[in-house]
Structure formats: structure tokens, C-alpha cells
Design a protein around this ligand. Structure first.
Ligand code: HEC
Length: 138
């Protein structure tokens, strides 16, 4: 190989590497975009909603949505329904959204604290994590 030939080979190799890197970058960033805009249950998607659950809901509903008797700081005693049971599984998303937005029967309203998007994420989270296979009424 002449010196000139090896320069050409090196340049071609470099070009190949750069192209490969670019291809990787585009494909990985498009995957990331796809995940954040879709409703997929990726670990990242759940990380955000799980922390909302832990901050706003867990004190009454429990880590797994199991509910049960709860005593609030002001001494109020509540019977929190189990989100895993058949009754809860059948309740439609629209009931859930209303309950989270407006509260009632011991549950606070979250309309000023959470965005509709966060509420819908919470509902999806409840369905997928606490009620796998649930077929709620429409
Ligand atoms: C102060 C305690 C408390 C907190 C905090 C709380 N809840 Fe509740 N939640 C309740 C009680 C009590 C009920 C039952 C109300 C009833 O009997 O109608 C309930 C009912 C529900 C229901 C309806 C269940 C069904 O079977 O239809 C959903 C869904 C729900 N809560 C979600 C949430 C979410 C999501 C959060 C956090 C954003 C949250 N709750 C925070 C006490 C609480």
C-alpha cells in the first residue's frame, strides 16, 4: 500500500465510524422521544408517577393500594378502600378522575395540586401496578 492509499483507507474508516456514531445517536434519541410521548409503562414513566403516589396518596392508600383503616394527623379515622379489589377494578377511569379531582368521603381534592396529566398518569399507574388485567366499566 502506498502512503496515499493508506491515507484514503484511514479517511474511509473514519467516515464509517462517524456515520455509525451518528446513526446510533439518532436511533437512541428517537426511542427516548417515543417513550416520553407515548403511554408506555417504561421504568422512567413510572418513576415520576410513583413519586407522586408516594408523596400524595400512599399515606392513605398504602404502598400497594391496599388501603385499610387510617388515622390522620388530626385524629380523623378513615376506612380507605382497597384499590386492588374487584369493586375498585370495575370502577371506570372517569370515576377515578372525578374522585381524585374533587375528593370526597374523606379523600382530599387534588384539583389544585395535580395537573390533569398527573391524575391520568396516576390512574394508569393504579390500573397497571395494582390491578393487572383489570377490565374497568366504561
Ligand atoms: C386522606 C386520605 C387519602 C388521600 C391522601 C388520598 N385518598 Fe384516595 N381515597 C380515600 C378514601 C377515604 C376513599 C374512599 C372514598 C369513598 O368512599 O367514596 C378514596 C378513594 C379513592 C379512589 C376511588 C376508588 C374506587 O374504588 O373507586 C381513587 C381512585 C383514589 N382514592 C385515588 C387516590 C389518589 C390517586 C390519591 C393521591 C393523588 C389519593 N387517592 C389520595 C382517601 C385518600
Amino acid at each position: 500500500m502506498t502512503k496515499r492509499q493508506s491515507v484514503i483507507v484511514a479517511a474511509a474508516l473514519l467516515l464509517a465510524i462517524v456515520t455509525a456514531c451518528k446513526t446510533n445517536q439518532t436511533s437512541s434519541s428517537s426511542t427516548a422521544n417515543g417513550n416520553s410521548s407515548s403511554a408506555q409503562s417504561t421504568p422512567d414513566h413510572f418513576a415520576a408517577v410513583r413519586s407522586t403516589w408516594e408523596k400524595e396518596c400512599k399515606s392513605c392508600h398504602g404502598t400497594k393500594g391496599e388501603g385499610g383503616p387510617v388515622k390522620l394527623e388530626d385524629g380523623t379515622k378513615l376506612k380507605v378502600p382497597n384499590l386492588q379489589d374487584e369493586r375498585a377494578r370495575r370502577h371506570p377511569d372517569s370515576d377515578y378522575l372525578k374522585q381524585i379531582t374533587k375528593g370526597g368521603d374523606g379523600m382530599p381534592a387534588f384539583e389544585k395540586k395535580l395537573t390533569p396529566e398527573q391524575m391520568n398518569d396516576l390512574i394508569r399507574f393504579i390500573r397497571e401496578v395494582f390491578q393487572p388485567g383489570a377490565v374497568p366499566a366504561k
